[in-house]
Ligand binder design. Structure first.
Ligand SMILES: Cc1ncc(COP(=O)(O)O)c(C=O)c1O
Length: 343
């Protein structure tokens, strides 16, 4: 069988053999009644690893984020976030459609909202106002290039939040990539956050699901909001079993993906692509295709002919992502393929 090197996303992984075995053998129950032992074990692990009291298994990152927004806010309030966040760009406006929130975006630097502008954007109390109640951060920040928000930045944002009585939610779809790249414990990184959503189905290699973590009180409320969205499960342990393996076995290996991403970025630079190297921090690599070399869509097509799938261009900008199913040899083959196409 021809190997396809799929660099489009870290959602393109397949479960490990151990995950499949765990899924077959998982003890099961009715998750909506909190009787599924496997889901409960996964939730306990997720809470522990992020240093929070409790956790909830959700169908997706989008659902986890939306549930968090619904718990932290009331309809008619406003939520602040950096202007290129996933919640703003790619979650179908759920915050307005479902949660009834107004969005205020703030320009950022490598994915972190600029602190002075963040504070200025806060809407205070008043009869006429959509008062701000929540700050959302994205760590790592997808559109900025998989960049990390540091503990120091988190602390500075937490100061602002405290001063203005705002909660903080972290869309940590790839929070473990951030923790590994920054060389700190995940719990330390999110200590100042009131809630965190992270994806099992991205760099951790699971077929499904996300976790939402926070206080016991927050998670009790989140469980009801998840039910409103139709997110209560039955024998959810089939899926949760893969998550347990992921939290046990798939976090430490993320540094391999980061190394592969750096090698890939170096190779892309070598063949003439343009990259802001400040953004090469984790497993995402964004590059600009200079039109004098090749059209971006043409490059995607030619790479596909070599069985290498790369992201759909946005203008001339293309994203490639390393993950557990991309080996060092795959990265080298990708660079060689680029060289052949561009020679
Ligand atoms: C930063 C970020 N947040 C949230 C999500 C949404 O996750 P899901 O696709 O599981 O809904 C994604 C998905 O790509 C993401 O990159």
């Amino acid at each position: 069988m021809v190997k396809i090197i799929d660099l489009r996303s870290d959602t393109q992984t397949r479960p490990t053999e151990e995950m499949y075995q765990a899924m077959i053998n998982a003890p099961l129950g009715d998750e909506q009644n909190e009787e599924d032992p496997t889901v409960m074990e996964l939730q306990k692990m997720a809470a522990e690893i992020l240093g929070k009291e409790d956790a909830l298994f959700t169908a997706s990152g989008t659902m986890g984020n939306l549930v968090a927004l619904m718990v932290h806010t009331s309809p008619g309030e406003s939520v602040l976030m950096e202007e290129e966040t996933h919640i703003m760009r790619c979650e179908t406006g759920g915050l307005a459609v479902v949660a009834g929130l107004m969005l205020k975006t703030v320009p950022g630097e490598l994915g972190c909202p600029k602190l002075d502008l963040l504070e200025k954007a806060i809407i205070g109390e008043g009869r006429l106002f959509a008062t701000s109640s929540l700050i959302c951060l994205e760590n790592t920040h997808n559109a900025a290039g998989g960049t990390c928000i540091s503990v120091e930045q988190m602390n500075a944002i937490a100061e602002i939040a405290k001063k203005h009585n705002l909660k903080i939610h972290v869309d940590g779809a790839r929070i473990f990539n951030a923790a590994i790249a920054l060389g700190i414990e995940p719990a330390h990184l999110v200590q100042k956050a009131d809630s965190v959503q992270f994806c099992l189905s991205k760099s951790l290699g699971c077929p499904y699901g996300s976790m939402l973590v926070g206080t016991k009180e927050f998670i009790a409320k989140a469980r009801k909001k998840r039910q409103i969205l139709g997110g209560g499960m039955r024998q959810g342990g089939v899926m949760a079993a893969a998550g347990i393996i992921a939290l046990d076995k798939m976090i430490d290996r993320l540094s391999e993906d980061h190394e592969n991403a750096r090698i890939l970025a170096d190779g892309l630079l070598e063949v003439g692509m343009q990259i802001d190297m400040r953004t090469i921090q984790t497993n995402l690599v964004f590059f600009e295709v200079p039109t004098h070399l090749v059209e971006a869509t043409e490059l995607v097509r030619k790479m596909k002919d070599k069985n290498v799938l790369i992201g759909k261009p946005s203008g001339n900008r293309i994203r490639v992502v390393t993950h557990k199913d991309i080996s060092r040899d795959d990265v080298i083959f990708t660079i060689e393929s680029l060289k052949e196409i561009l020679k």
